[in-house]
Design a binder for this molecule. Structure first.
Ligand code: ADP
Ligand code: MG
Length: 483
């Protein structure tokens, strides 16, 4: 799948590398014991360390280290047994220390790879350059007062993993697929909740353009894009902007830009700073972080099955097509729901009911599968009734609707409403005979070659039986009786 933008001077390739900031799922901060819950009263989760009071010393949170290692393993990456925390110096009102503790020359995680799934069913490997641990900054609030800004330090000191990709992405779809896949992996691992609306995952998107086969172009970095859709829109806009400049005879200045989701444009924020502007140096308050292979192995032993493994297992063990498997594994609870529903049933049928009917209704109401009024074993129960011919697929739709409304089991509804399929050929035959007797004109018409009238007879039988007659038996008997 090649993404191409057409300009006046020919085709352009769009190159993207992403830096994703993922907030580590942990109850306390990277270097302090303050809490990290989202939405708390401003400045209620701030320790002396987070407020950068003089003389306060950071103490590394062991659990955050474990989460970073777990994430590195989930990204098939090199885990570095030796890493170093450094001070990245800059001034910002929401950064009371005047520096951020980050990792620079020696990150905790090195090169890895993420397999992305593209809309045409193909996959592509995207290189991960590194993952490092760092502190988050606080938040400036500019909309609380007409002339003043406020600072909320609740987020100050929370642990972030910065995950940097190689410039391997081409165009908006691949970038969206990468971000979605990365979020999925983090959620499966339980190392970041991936809630982009709450800011616990944010992407800096580096975009450049070039003619196919040419050297990499100069990039612009779009900061803090906070949804998959916005990433796509920002890339499209930014690539067009760069092409217009270059084709107009200009050059791209390397700079940091902002995405404005209302005006749907990127705007210059500041010229690009270089690493040496930050005066990185090892934080004298923290020793280098060292651990042994046994520690890494002990974390590896607790890794869950990851999205790609699950996808391949669903295809192999349940015989599901790629599309079904891909949608089912997209959320871990959805995959678990499917597996407990599929237990001993026809897996393809179960997948159909979940993907087409259940998710259709849930999406309409903005609900997640964990809020489903129908439990997994109940979908299994419905499919069992279809599989053993107790009800037809058509009746099953009505039963399903009732299950969704009432939460009742399928067999209970079938029992109460007398919806059992009629498979007694003798009974169906009698009904057919009566219908044939009552419609001599149509019988004559059918025999004279009006094949379409067959549907009329099927409809009559269904009407007579309240849709409960077994369709295969109706077909057989009607053919016999009408020939
Ligand atoms: P910095 O830390 O200064 O932002 P890096 O060299 O670490 O710079 O790169 C940051 C991101 O920019 C990486 O994700 C990388 O893949 C991406 N990148 C580098 N060069 C390009 C380019 N020419 N076009 C698009 N993305 C690029
Ligand atoms: Mg950067």
């Amino acid at each position: 799948m090649t993404y191409t933008l057409k300009g006046e001077t020919g085709d352009w390739e769009v190159v993207i590398g992403m830096e994703v900031h993922a907030q580590v799922t942990a109850n306390t901060k990277l270097f302090s014991g303050a809490a990290t819950s989202f939405g708390a009263e401003p400045n209620s989760q701030v320790s002396m360390v987070d407020a950068a009071m003089p003389g306060m010393l950071p103490v590394l949170n062991k659990y955050c280290v474990e989460q970073a290692v777990r994430t590195g393993l989930g990204l098939n990456a090199q885990i570095n047994n030796y890493s170093v925390f450094e001070r990245k110096n800059y001034f910002y009102p929401d950064l009371p220390q005047g520096y951020q503790i980050s990792q620079f020359l020696h990150p905790i995680v090195g090169k890895g790879v993420v397999e992305i799934d593209l809309p045409d069913g193909t996959t592509k490997n995207i290189g991960v350059t590194r993952l490092h641990l760092e502190q988050d900054a606080g938040k400036s609030l500019h909309d609380q007062h007409p002339t003043k800004s406020f600072v909320d330090l609740n987020r100050s000191g929370s642990a972030l993993m910065e995950i940097v990709s190689e410039p391997d992405l081409r165009g908006p779809e691949e970038s969206a697929a990468y971000l979605s896949k990365l979020r999925m992996i983090l959620r499966y691992l339980g190392t970041c909740d991936g809630n982009m609306e709450e800011g616990s995952m944010r992407a800096d998107v580096n975009v450049s353009v070039r003619k196919f086969g040419a050297e990499l172009g100069t990039r612009c970095e779009i900061k803090n894009v906070n949804s998959v859709k916005a990433v796509q829109q920002a890339i499209e806009y930014e690539a067009r902007r760069q092409i217009e400049i270059i084709e107009g005879g200009g050059t791209i200045k390397q700079e940091t830009r902002l995405w404005d989701p209302v005006k749907m444009e990127t705007r210059s924020m500041r010229s690009k700073e270089e690493a040496h502007d930050y005066r990185y140096f090892p934080d004298p308050d923290l020793l280098p972080l060292e651990f042994d292979d046994a520690y890494v192995q002990s974390i590896k032993a607790t890794l869950p099955e990851l999205p790609d493994q699950k996808k391949h297992r669903f295809m192999k063990d349940f015989g599901l097509p790629l599309y079904d498997a891909t949608v089912l594994i997209a959320e871990k609870p959805r995959a678990e729901y499917f597996e407990s529903a599929a237990n001993d049933r026809d897996p393809k049928l179960v997948a159909n009911w979940i993907l087409n009917e259940l998710m259709g209704l849930l999406n309409k109401e903005g609900k997640d599968i964990v809020d489903s009024p129908i439990a997994a074993h109940q979908i299994g129960g419905l499919v069992a009734l279809i599989q053993d011919n107790t009800i037809s697929g058509k009746i099953a739709k009505d039963v399903f609707a009732e299950m969704y409304q009432t939460g009742k089991d399928a067999d209970k509804i079938v029992e109460e409403k007398g919806l059992k399929q009629i498979t007694d050929s003798g009974a169906i035959e009698k009904i057919i005979e009566a219908i044939i007797a009552a419609n001599p004109d149509n019988v004559a018409g059918y025999k004279a070659g009006k094949d379409k009238l067959f549907g009329f007879f099927v409809g009559q039988v269904m009407k007579e039986t309240g849709g409960k007659a077994n369709p295969a038996i109706i077909n057989d008997l009607l053919k016999k009786k009408l020939s």
